[in-house]
Design a binder for this molecule. Sequence first.
Ligand SMILES: Nc1ncnc2c1ncn2[C@@H]1O[C@H](COP(=O)(O)OP(=O)(O)O)[C@@H](O)[C@H]1O
Ligand SMILES: [Mg+2]
Length: 242
Amino acid sequence: MNMENRTGQDPILEVKNINSFYGKAHILHDLSLEMERGTVAVLLGRNGVGKSTTLKSIMGIVTPKSGEITFKGQTITGMPPYKICSLGLGYVPEDRRIFTGLTVMENLEVGRRPPREGFEPWTPERLFELFPNLGNMKNRLGGQLSGGEQQMLTIARTLMGNPELIILDEPSEGLAPVIVEQLGETITRLKKEGVSILLAEQNLNFARAICDRVFIVDHGHVCFDDAICNLTEEVCELHLAV
Ligand SMILES: Nc1ncnc2c1ncn2[C@@H]1O[C@H](COP(=O)(O)OP(=O)(O)O)[C@@H](O)[C@H]1O
Ligand SMILES: [Mg+2]
């Protein structure tokens, strides 16, 4: 196990020089990032730069042709997604799929996985403290929830798997500003509970409000990597302006 790293802290996730493809299309070019345990990190970047492909590569949905990904010091490159999940990674994809014919409670039960040593396991009761709206609609069918409620339910269901690191692909997309604000509070509370969080986002203000670290992705490569407080307008203009 290689415990060395640049900052000398405690990285939960390290992505080293990965190259990912769809068929012959080369999407990620030597993409690297490193995330500290207990922090919230964000991949920012324009549409189509490779944010979702990076998250899919971490989850084993896309297998990088070269490079290495380690989670808690263990190499996970090439592992199937279910195995990566079982190590303590949770993933909420862009399409935030819920079971529309199951109730809120049943959706949560589907996500239940064994507890993780050293962490208090998530239960529906504990999750309803974090997501009071869901607690008020336990028996409602998933298909009857609003977009914001469905997004909260996908996050809650993923937490039922007791992940140490949760990956959210554009969680604020399509949500009303007041719901985005609630989502931000939820993410901040999760961080306080000790969950590490990696998100892909296009909403710069949302990212600034909740994240510790930023990785800007452009053309399948991380071109800026720093504390989010060091993200300057010049950098945003260069890599994020459309
Ligand atoms: N399943 C796929 N097959 C082929 N090309 C894809 C597929 N998914 C994404 N792409 C392409 O890969 C590039 C990166 O996409 P993606 O990672 O989804 O970007 P982002 O999440 O930053 O918007 C885009 O050019 C996109 O068209
Ligand atoms: Mg995407």
